[in-house]
Every structure is written in structure tokens, then in C-alpha cells.
Ligand binder design. Sequence first.
Ligand code: C2E
Ligand code: MG
Ligand code: MG
Length: 562
Amino acid sequence: MHEKLSLQTEDLKRLIDHMDVAVWIINMENNKAFFSEGFMKIFGRTPEEFYQDVGLWEKTIHPEDIAVAHKRKSEKQKNQVTIDEYRIMIPNGEVRWVQDRGIPYRGKNGQNIYIGIILDITERKMADEKIKYLAYHDDLTGLPNRKFFNEHLNATIKSVKWNESLTLLFIDLDQFKIVNDSLGHNIGDQLLNEVAKRISSCVRNQDIVARHAGDEFIILIENVSKAETDIIAERILSTLVAPFSILENEIFISASIGISIYPLDGRDPETLIKNADAAMYDAKYYGKNNSKYYSLDIENANIRKMSIINGLHKALESQDFELYYQPKIITSSQSVYGVEALLRWNHPILGPISPAEFIPLAEETGMIIPIGEWVLNEACKNYKEWVSQGFAPQCLCINLSPRQLRDPQLLNKIKNIIEVHHFIPQHLEIEITESVAIDNFDDTISILNQIRKTGVKVALDDFGTGYSSLNYLRQFPIDALKIDRTFINEVMVNSQTAAIVKSIISIAHSLKIAVIAEGVETAEQFHFLYDLQCDFLQGYIISPPVPINKIEEILRKNTGPK
Ligand code: C2E
Ligand code: MG
Ligand code: MG
């Protein structure tokens, strides 16, 4: 058993001076004080310095935390236990975080005394801050993340005054998937990083730019007019179309921006973001690389979209679809070489709807798969009928959309239909758009090769509207390309377009690819293309797409090769 030792002040002092904490004692009545050796370890100053300069402690506190020190003083007067965390400045320029606990007690003569312990908590604070930073920032770009944005927007909405407004810009890159799939994730990531920098450079420091998800960014700007917003949106669009140079790749992208305004378009973060997102979709729908404000029109367009989507499900059953056919002629002889099947839909309530409107929605919802099968079947059935009547053209052209091309059953479906209808595969040509071809480049090449192995031909539709890379053209297994009608439209009025069309034809020919011009409307365009030896023509000047009885009439009169 130990005999109990009564502690002497000397023992305690030695103990205190050896601890990794700074201990202080202040007699509030006479201002006498004690500072332990720990002050040297934590504050980088000797206890002596503190004895000599009564105001030194306060002077070491970081200016941003000085309020804490003042609060302490008043609490001390109230005799309360205090626990504070604040930053101190060390003579070598370092800043440290400390935790400072003050405990009041009554001294021997009833004197008011404070005793306190100061710990260095810098490491814990740093770790806390790092965790907080990681939770609120995006790893890749270093921008605030969606969580930060939502919380910040929520807080901003709460503090906004009645005459103030908030503007949200929702930005989505138009061709990011293509870049990511074709050039790889590493380049995709670096591109996002550069995009983040460019977008941030378009706004002021106080505006919040956050990464919402994937290739989506979102900006919060307080109190800007519509005119200023337009300028900012324009600035972002134009900064993003300038080529990016990443690991020796020159990359071209664009963006679509949707804008919503508080309180006009929503009073809570969810609605504001949802509506900016809807406006962004609208901007994409109307050609990308532009910006749109949220409006009731968009709401209405969404309602129309919904009824189209709902209608699509019923249209097959109720046989509301019909195929029209547009002839494709051989330029030199002007005889009909083929026909392109073009889908028509008479909606029971909305009336006729353009495929340009409903095909993308069928695509989005997956309905394009059964619809596309119906088209293929129906067109082959019609073609067989023409064969039996002796006036079938050389070629039946069918459009396939991206989703169909990704359907793992596609090849089997084509083979099956060919078999069922005893179709000669060489008489079938499928048209795919350029953008499809570039999404999932390798997969596309493989499926196209398989399709072509069956004898079925492949044409690249709408050439010139998408990525139009000659490199892709070289690698694609295709038999023909169709120059988009927007080019044909301009050949007589724009000499540059005329030059492009000329080069496309000559490059295609040197790659042994046939060229079809679509949307030929005037005699001048016809002659221009005739002179360039464009192989095939399609367009209103020959015939618009027509119903089956009309195309049969045309085919019957056709004198060309069968
Ligand atoms: P596309 O394959 O490029 O078809 C050509 C479009 O141009 C057709 O529009 C046609 O009516 C129109 N056109 C033809 N000649 C002229 C002309 O001289 N001047 C003008 N201004 N336009 C002309 P349509 O029928 O509205 O089809 C639009 C698009 O919808 C098609 O573009 C095609 O991508 C898609 N599509 C149509 N039917 C189907 C289908 O059965 N399946 C799939 N997946 N897509 C289809
Ligand atoms: Mg087509
Ligand atoms: Mg086309």
C-alpha cells in the first residue's frame, strides 16, 4: 500500500510543464497569471513573453477568430466554463488550431480564478476540413458538387429579399459521350476538367459553378438581368466551341444551356433545377449549342411529348402507322433505282406527326424496337408484292435508328425477315445516321460488318450534320453515303457549301463509296449534282415521299434497271 503523498506546487508545476498542452491560470481579481512551458510548444512563445505583454494572447489570435476571444472575456465575467476553438498565429508564420477550455473556481480566499488548458487540434481540424471539402467538392474538377449546390441554393433562397432574383444555368455538353466512347475515359476526364475551367472563367468569383453530374454543370448567379444572363450564356457557349487540345487530340464540342429564374420558375431548389434541366432539353431538341429559358411553352411541349409517348404504345396495335415511299433515282439515267421507306403516323388526337418528332421519342422510350421491326416487315412485304408484279426497284432502303443498331437481336431479325420473305439481301439497304455510327465506334463497325456479310447494304444517312470525320468515313464499312439535305439546299447560294459537296463526292468515289444527294428540290441543284457525277438523287424534284398506291404507279412507269 502506498502512503498518500500530498502534492506540492513544485510537483504540479513540473508535471504541467512537461505536458503537451499549455496550461494557464488567471486570478480575475488581481490579474496575476501563470503560463506553463507548454505555451512554447503550442504558441511558439515563451511563458515570459506572455507575462510581459498582457495583450499578447489576444494578438496571437487569428483576426477572423477574434470574436471568439471577445466572447470568452464576457463569459469569464459570468463565471462560466468555456470551451473554444480558434486559430493562433505562430511567429514563424504558421497558423494552428487550438482548443481552449477555461474552468472557473473559487480560490482559497474566495477569489475568482480561472484555470485553463489549451490543446493543439490542428491535425483534427485539417482532417475535418478535408472530409468536409471532399463531401462538398467534385474530385475530378475540384468544383463544388451537387450536394454543395443544393444546400447552398437552399440557403440562398431562404436569405433572398423580395426584390432580388436568382438565376440558374444548367449546362450539358452535346457530344461528350462520343468523345468519351471514342477517345477513352482519360481524355474524357481531362476534357471535363478543361470545360470546368472555361465555364468558371465566364462568371464572377461570387457566382457558384458546380458539377451536377457527368457532363452536366450548374451555375447560380444572384441578381442578374435577363440581358446579362444572355451575355453570360452566350459567353459560355462560345468559349466551349473553341477546340480543346488534350493529349494531342483536337476536340470539338458544344453545350446546351437551360435557364430557370427564382422566384418565377420555382421557389425551391428541386423545382428550379428540374425546370432548368427541362429548358436544357429544349435547347438540345432545338439543335444544341444554344440556350433556352424555362417557360410554359416548355411545359406544354412536355405535355405534348408525354401524349406522343403514350400514343406510341397504342399506335402499333391500332395500326395507326403507315409507310410512305420516296424514290431514289440514278442521276445519269433518271430511272428509279430504289425507294426509301419513311414512316408516317396519324395520331388519333394530335393528327399527323412528323417522324422527326416521334422517332427520337420512340428511340428514347425503346418503342423504336417493335416499331422498327414493323417497318422492316411491312416494307419487305410490300417489296415482295412489287417483285411478284414485276416492277420492284433494285433497292429497298430502310432507316435504322441508334437504338435499333444496338439491339443484340438486330442481325437475327434482319436474317429472319430476309428468310421469311425470300428476300434477296442485296436488294435491302439500311440507312444509319452518322452520329449512331460514331457512338460505340467499335461495336458499330462490328455489327455493320456482320450485316454486310449477309449481303445487305449499308448507307450513311444525313452525312455532314454530325461529326463528319473523314477518318471515320475511311474506317466505316459502308456502301453509300447520303449528303444531308441542308447542304443540297445551299449548293446554289453558298460557294463554300458547293465546294464541300464537291469534295465529299470526290472523296467518297475515291473510297469506292456511292453518293446519294437527298433533298434535291430545284433543277439547278439537279444539274449541279449531275455535273459532279453524284450517283443517286432523292428529293421533291423527283417526288416527295408518297403512299403505297402512288409509289406503285411511279414504279410501274419506271423504265430503269429492275
Ligand atoms: P431521312 O432518312 O434523312 O429522310 C429524309 C427526310 O427528308 C424525310 O423526312 C423526307 O420526307 C424529307 N425529304 C425528302 N426529300 C425532300 C426534299 O426535297 N426537301 C425537303 N425539304 N425534305 C425532303 P421525314 O419523312 O419527315 O423523315 C424524317 C426522318 O425521320 C428521316 O430522315 C429518318 O431519319 C426518320 N425516319 C423516317 N422513317 C423512319 C423509320 O421507319 N425508322 C427510323 N428509325 N427512322 C425513320
Ligand atoms: Mg434516310
Ligand atoms: Mg437524311
